[in-house]
Ligand binder design. Sequence first.
Ligand SMILES: Nc1ncnc2c1ncn2[C@@H]1O[C@H](COP(=O)(O)OP(=O)(O)OP(=O)(O)O)[C@@H](O)[C@H]1O
Length: 607
Amino acid sequence: MSQKNKHQLPTIKARILALKYLPLFLKEIWHTQPWMTATNVVLRLIRSVIPFLTLYLGKLIIDEVVLLINSHSTDTRHLLALIGMELALAMSSDILNRMTGLLDGLLGDLHANRSSIQIMQHAATLDLTQFEEPIFYDKLERARQQTVGRTALLAQTLAQVQDIITIGFLAGGLAVFSPWLILILVLSIIPGFFGEFYFNSQSYALSYQWTPQRRELDYIRYIGASNVYAKEMKLFSLSGFLTERFREVSAAYYLQNRKLAIRRAVWGALLAAVGTAGYYGAYAFIGIETIKGVITIGSLTFLAGSFRQLKASLEGILNRFTTISQGTLYLRDFFEFFDLRPEVISPPKPLPFPSVIQKGFVFENVSFKYPGAERWVFQNLNFTLKAGEKLAIVGENGAGKTTLVKLLTRLYDPTEGRILLEGRDLREYELGELQRHIGVIFQDYIRLMMTAQSNIAVGDIDELNNLDRIATAADRSLASALIKRFPDGLQQVLGRHFSGGVELSGGEWQKIALARAYMRDSDLLILDEPTAALDARAEYEVFQRFAELTKGKMALLISHRFSTVRMADRIIVIENGQLIESGSHQSLMDNKGRYAELFQLQARGYL
Ligand SMILES: Nc1ncnc2c1ncn2[C@@H]1O[C@H](COP(=O)(O)OP(=O)(O)OP(=O)(O)O)[C@@H](O)[C@H]1O
C-alpha cells in the first residue's frame, strides 16, 4: 500500500510521551460527572483491599480447622465467625464489582455523548480548508471512532489503580514470608509483558497506517447502501465495481491483520507458559517449606493464593499498561484534533457590522488559489458590489463563481489582495456577525433528512420554533403549496432516510432551500444557482417575488440561466480568473461581447 507512511508510525518514545494525555483524559472524565467519578474511585479503593483480606481469612480458617482437629475441640464458634466474615467479604466484593461496572458504563456513556458533542462543536469552528485535507479527516476519524475505545480506557485506568493497591497488600504479605517469591514472580511475568507491549504496538501501528483505507471502506459501504445513490448504482450497475474495490481493500487489511493475530497468538502462548512454570516453581517451594514445618498449612494456602492472585494482578497491570498506552495514542489523536485552530478568525478588536451599508463590497486586486492547488482561480480581480444593487455573475463551469461567494463570506480569505466592506477589510469585522448578515443558498445546499420546519429554519436556526416566520418564508419561496400537500405539513419529515419521510423532486427541494433565504433578514443575499431545478413558471414567480422582497438590499445571483441573469441590475462576466465584462443586460448585449455570445447560444438552444 503506497499510503503506508512508515515515518508516521508512533515510536515507543511517542507512546511513553502519549501517557501525558492520561491526566487530561481523567480531567475530562471528572468534568463529565464529578460525583460519579469520585464514587467510582472510592468504591474501587475499598474493593482493592478485599483480595488480601479474603486470602488472609482463608489462612485463618484453615489454621483454625487444623487447630480444632489437632485439639479434638468442637467449639466451632470462632471458625464460623471467620467463615461468616469471608462470606460477607465475598458478597461485598460482588456488590462492589457490579457497582463499579455500572458506574464505568454510565460514565462511559456520558463521556461518549459529551465527546461526540465536543467533536462536532470543534469541527464547526474549523476552516473549510481543513475539511478538505485528507490528513485532517484521518485525525477526525480516529478521534471520532475511538469514542468507544475511550470508554474502555476509563474502565482500564480505574481498574489499574485498583489492582496496584491490591498488589501492594499482597506483595507485602509475600515479602514478609520470602522476598524470593517476589523475584520469581517478577521474572515469570516480564516476558509476557514485553510480548503484549510489542504486539499492541504492532496492532496500533497497523490500524494507524490503515486509517485512509478504513475510511475508504466506510465510504464504499456508505455509497453501496445509500438511498441517495441507489438509482445510479442500479442503472450504471456499479455494485460489482464497488464490491470489487471493497473486497480488494478489505482483503488486504484482513491479511495484514491475520498475520499479526497469528504471531500474537503463538508468542502469547509461549510467553504465558513461562509464567505458568514460574507459578508452579513457587508453589513447589512453598510446599516444601510447609512440609519442613517452617510455615503452617494455612500460610501455605495464603501464600499460594497470594502468589496466584499477584501473578494475575501483575499480568493484568502490565497488559493493561500496554492497552492503556495504546489508548493514550488514540487520546493523542483526540486531543490533537482539539488543538487544531482555524486560521480564518475574527481579529482581537473587531469592527461592528455597519448598520447601513453605503459603499458596498469592493474586491481589490483579489487573487486566490485553493490551499495546495497550483492553479489560480482569480488573479487581480477588481469589482464593486454596490449598496442596494442586484448583481449577477456569469461564467462558464469552473470560472470561480462559487469561489467568489466563499471569499465574500470568508469561508476562505484571498491569497492576495483584499475585499472591503464600507472601505474596511472584511478581516477586520467579527466573523460570525459578518456571516450572519449574509444569507447564502449554495448550489449544493444541505438537505436535512428532518422535518420541513427544520429544513426551512436552517436559514435562521434560532427561529426554529417561530412557525409564523417559517410559514411566511415558505410562502415567499413558493414552498407553501408543497407543504400543504404533506400529510404532516411543516412536521413532515423530508427524504427517505427515516420512516415516514417523503422524497422531494429537485425543484421541490430547491423551493424549500429558497425559503431559508427569507428566514434571515440579511443585508446581502446570495443565491448560487437558485432556480436551476425550477420549471419556467416557478422560476418566473420566484424572481418576481425575489425582486420585491429584496428591494433596497444587495443581492448576488449566480446562474447559468440568462432568463434569471437578465433580471439583475448589473451583470459581471468572469473568465480565466478575470472580470472581462460588466454592465446591464442591455448594455452587454449592445457590446456584443462574451455575454452577448453566451446569451445567443442559450437562446438558440431554446429554439
Ligand atoms: N475546494 C477546492 N479545492 C481546490 N480547488 C477547488 C475547490 N473548489 C473548487 N475548486 C476549483 O476552483 C475552480 C472554480 O470553482 P468554482 O466552484 O468556484 O466554479 P464555478 O464557477 O462556481 O463553477 P460551476 O459553474 O460549475 O458551478 C474550479 O476549477 C474548481 O476545480
